[in-house]
Design a protein around this ligand. Structure first.
Ligand SMILES: C[S@@+](CC[C@H](N)C(=O)[O-])C[C@H]1O[C@@H](n2cnc3c(N)ncnc32)[C@H](O)[C@@H]1O
Length: 283
């Protein structure tokens, strides 16, 4: 079979079985071909009439069959792109989402990249947020933390992969093991989904670690803990940045106010939905 024909067959399988629209099926098919054939997009276009060898075809079809069982591509490839960097991923960590890049953008916009600042990434998972920040803010000290030892292992691999010397990592249940120092920035994409939210039945989400997604108190327990304790770990005018769910911004704004944050700002994701809240502390 030639590349072009294989590509069309995969698109058809993906759209018929996973309900992807044409554009989504086209992108996923391309990603699968690039990954399994170890080529880039240009190669696929320039060599669309080239025959695919039997052993390569087998690898492509293994990816397709995994995908047809709703396994997310990031777990099939064991790698995913976040911002402008690639990360090792396995099913112990959440797949970094494009929406989360908003947190990184906000911090880049607010802080001078040359400055020596301290940044804490709470609930780091694969390390995506903190590692991208470590790469942008070369003079900053970045501390990553997560409660999950499995996540810590993956994040450590990602720190090594990107050869960043300004990043350290610690296992911690939110602030329990965080050293008694103060940070200019605390950033977190914590679990915030209500356990009764029907979205959790989405077949792709079933592959992701539940502890990374679900939070008690209708999704607010972890966010509340972070908002409550962050002021003790922020320098004066330090900022807490949090990602939250599509329907949580009003309550979270209230929680920031109740815990004496000032200059509270909320920002929209790519779909125009408010998904982040930040605030500064004035003590
Ligand atoms: C939504 S995931 C975010 C992962 C990563 N920061 C990202 O944006 O892709 C939430 C992370 O918080 C971690 N977590 C859950 N409860 C925690 C706790 N009590 N203390 C620290 N981290 C926790 C999970 O292990 C998970 O890695």
């Amino acid at each position: 079979m030639i590349i072009q024909e294989l590509n069309l067959n995969i698109r058809k399988l993906l759209s018929q079985n996973l309900g992807l629209n044409l554009r989504e099926a086209e992108i996923e098919s391309r990603f699968i071909l690039e990954h399994a054939l170890k080529v880039n997009h240009h190669y696929l276009i320039r060599n669309s009439d080239q025959l695919v060898e039997a052993n390569k075809l087998k690898q492509v079809m293994k990816c397709v069959s995994d995908r047809l069982s709703h396994k997310p591509l990031a777990y099939i490839f064991k790698e995913w792109k976040f911002y402008d960097m690639k990360f090792y991923i396995n099913s112990n960590v959440l797949i970094p989402r494009q929406d989360t890049e908003l947190l990184v953008d906000l911090i880049i916009k607010e802080y001078d990249k040359q400055k020596k600042i301290d940044i804490l990434d709470l609930g780091t998972g694969s390390g995506a947020i903190g590692i991208v920040l470590g790469n942008k803010f070369k003079n900053a000290n970045i501390l990553l933390s997560d409660i999950s030892f499995n996540a810590i292992d993956i994040a450590k691999k990602n720190i090594l992969r990107h050869k960043l010397k300004n990043i350290s990592i610690i296992q911690s249940d939110w602030f329990t093991n965080i050293p008694k120092k103060k940070f200019e920035v605390i950033v977190s994409n914590p679990p915030y989904i209500n356990k009764s939210d029907p979205h959790l039945q989405n077949k792709g989400l079933l592959y992701e670690p539940k502890d990374a997604l679900v939070s008690e108190k209708e999704g607010y327990a972890d966010i509340l803990e972070i908002i409550k304790l962050s002021p003790r770990f922020l320098k004066p005018y330090g900022t807490l940045y949090i990602e939250h769910g599509y329907n949580q911004h009003e309550k979270i704004h209230q929680l920031f106010l109740e815990h004496n944050f000032i200059k509270i700002e909320q920002n929209e994701d790519l779909n125009g939905i408010i998904r982040t809240t930040s605030g500064k502390i004035n003590i």
